[in-house]
Every structure is written in C-alpha cells, then in structure tokens.
Design a protein around this ligand. Sequence first.
Ligand code: HPA
Length: 270
Amino acid sequence: MLARIESTAQFIKENTGFDPEVGIILGTGLGGLVNEIDIKHELQYEKIPNFPVSTVEGHSGRLIFGYLGGKKVVAMQGRFHYYEGYDMKEVTFPVRVLKYLGVKNLFVSNASGGVNPDFEIGDLMVIDDHLNFFPEHPLRGRNIKELGTRFPDMSDAYCESHIQKAFEIGKELGYKLQRGIYAGTSGPTFETPAEYKFFHIAGADAVGMSTVPEVIVARHMKLPVFAISIITDLGVPGKIVQVTHEEVQEVAAKAEEKMTAIMSKLIERI
Ligand code: HPA
C-alpha cells in the first residue's frame, strides 16, 4: 500500500507542481466552497492512478488545487463511501495521498441525521468526537509503521483549537452552531426509529454514513482534523418523517452558504 500511496502522490506532484498545505473533503454542503477557491489545477479521479472512482449521485470526482484564504489547498470533490462497495482501504486511500502531498490539516464536511432533541433541521454541528459503527475498521490488517503506529490514540480526534476558532467565527457571523458527537454507520439505509434511538442512547448527537473512516486514517498519520455536519433530518421521537437523498441534498444546499463561510474563514486563520 505504501508504494501505491507514494506513486499516486508522485504522479499528482508531477502533474500539478503544486504543494498543498491544507486538505479538504468537500462532502455534502460544501460543494460551494469550490467557487471560493482560486483554482490552479484539476485532476479527474479516473486519471489518477490507484484512485477509486466515485459513483454516488450528486458527487462528481476530481481533485482541485488552488488558493483559499491565502493557503494552498487540495480539495476532494467527491468522496468514497463504504456503502458504494469500496472496502475501507479504498475509502481512505485519498486521505493517505493528501498526507503524502504534504497537507498539514484536514477539513471535512458531511450531512447527518440529528438525534439530539435540541437540534433543528438545517443546524450546523461542529463534530467534537465520534462513534465508529462501521463493520470494517480502516486500520485492520498489517500496520504500516511509516504511516503511523499500530494502536493510534483517539483521545483528541477532532482538533480543539480548530473547534474553538470555528465557534469564534460562528459568533462573528451570527450563526448558531451546535457541537456534538457523530456516529458513523455504513448505510445506505437511513435509520429506523429504533436505530435513531439506539444511537442517541449510545451518546451520539447525529448519525451519518461517512467521515469516521477518513478521520481515523488522518489521525493514524497525526493529521489534525476539523469536521462539520449539516443536520438534514431528525431522528428524534415525534419528529421522524420519511427521508430521501433529495431532501438531504435540499437542506444541505440551503445551509451551504454558512458552511462555506465557516470553512473558508477557518482555513484563513489556521
Ligand atoms: N442517517 C444517516 N445518514 C444521514 C442521515 C440520516 O438520518 N441524514 C443525512 N445523512
């Protein structure tokens, strides 16, 4: 795997000549951040050796290189979900490559269902911890010590100083921000009422189908992480209604402006 990561990073360096310091995974709700980036290079995933190819509706696949908030960034437009059929090594491969391109911080977004009864649809939740409910662990198998330690610490998976800065920015912009625990699960089904209840009792504030594998792999490599989630629906007793991918996208689109503002200002300030 190490040789594949190195050769992919080498290919990207040769084809862009760009050395990004910040990595961004443009999950749901962060598509608009692309418009803020002063783009210098783009690479379609299918042109990148060893990269999986994104399949899910509403996610196109390319790496974008450019300037955002005075920083050199690489943004993944389109991520790889476990429910698409990729194994965890494939889901997290791009994060390995970002690290080998030289990024020093990783910024991630996603959409999730809120299970905290204080949450409302459209809220933004800064993720400060996670519960890993995926059936396969991204670090299962022989550990590659060049990447990180066999038993990585997870006591501060989400960088507290980034979280504090995000709240300062939220205050300045007059945005309400929630803070909480994200439970990552495989999907692709949304939860049954009993499952939402289970995740709430387990300690989660929101549940979604991504992010946790990428964060684990980033932390394996000691990459500081900031992650933020749009609450697109509620898994709260009395508020549970049918949910579709389209509705998730619609709510996310409405919250996109706020999410984009927070991310771009945060990147500027790190
Ligand atoms: N559950 C899981 N993933 C999600 C949800 C949800 O309710 N909403 C958006 N992504």
